[in-house]
Design a protein around this ligand. Structure first.
Ligand SMILES: [Zn+2]
Length: 246
């Protein structure tokens, strides 16, 4: 009886020790939110494979990407045609959590949307995680000037490495972009995020994203640095490299 107890203790200790030696999982954990709109098995396999492949590629480019990323994917009925049927949010840095929405309204449906823009979106959102630009525990201060640079870096990183660009994130012609950049730098710190990043009451769309793309490319051109090198610098330094004093 006693020896059985000792053996039991020994096995328990062995198991605890084994658990301690297990490395933390590195890859993303993908969950499908299906309460309202279920995925087919084929869609899940496609999405799983695309996210895993994208993550592997991104880790070679951005080694500072946090481990154990959680990705929640859901089907929505939003009109996401201008961004290829997929959008996302980097919710928190700690734990690293990204939410992805795929539109069933996209021509060709969920599968076509995933094939069109899922990789592009994962590159964008994972860049945010690598830089600490998350909605709830954002490591940067407020201000459209900061959002413009952080979104611009993610947009350009995704464009450069997926070889795919979305019209909604593309800069307007240079003279207009330069004017928008000046406007952004003159904004108060608490300027309306919705207006300047998404829909301005004067009709302009995605000013921050499109100007960000222009500013990052300008900074790349002036400094000779690529977008990964620029991703290690502060928003203020990037504005300066693009030729603007704040
Ligand atoms: Zn973003």
């Amino acid at each position: 009886m006693k020896s059985i107890k000792i053996l039991g203790l020994f096995i328990t200790l062995l198991l605890i020790n084994n658990c301690k030696n297990q490395p933390q999982p590195i890859g993303a954990t993908i969950t499908f939110k299906e309460e309202e709109k279920p995925f087919t098995t084929e869609q899940k396999e496609l999405i799983q494979e695309m996210i895993t492949n994208s993550e592997n590629e991104i880790r070679t480019l951005l080694p500072q990407l946090p481990d154990s990323i959680m990705v929640a994917v859901e089907i929505v009925d939003w009109d996401l045609d201008v961004v290829g049927g997929v959008t996302g949010r980097t919710e928190t840095n700690s734990p690293p959590f990204v939410a992805i929405q795929i539109s069933e309204k996209y021509p060709g449906g969920v599968t076509k949307a995933a094939q069109t823009a899922l990789k592009h979106t994962i590159f964008h959102e994972f860049h945010h995680l690598s830089r600490g630009w998350a909605i709830q525990d954002n490591v940067y201060g407020p201000g459209i000037n900061i959002a413009t640079v952080n979104e611009g870096l993610a947009v350009v990183f995704s464009e450069e490495y997926t070889h795919q660009s979305m019209k909604a994130d593309s800069p307007p012609e240079a003279a207009v972009a330069a004017q928008w950049a000046k406007e952004i730098l003159e904004l108060p710190e608490d300027a309306n995020y919705q207006h300047w990043m998404f829909e301005h009451p004067d009709g302009r769309q995605s000013i921050g994203y499109r100007t960000g793309n222009y500013i990052i490319r300008k900074a790349m051109e002036n400094s000779g640095k690529n977008v990964i090198e620029l991703s290690n610098t502060t928003p203020a330094e990037i504005w300066e490299l693009a030729g603007y004093t704040q």
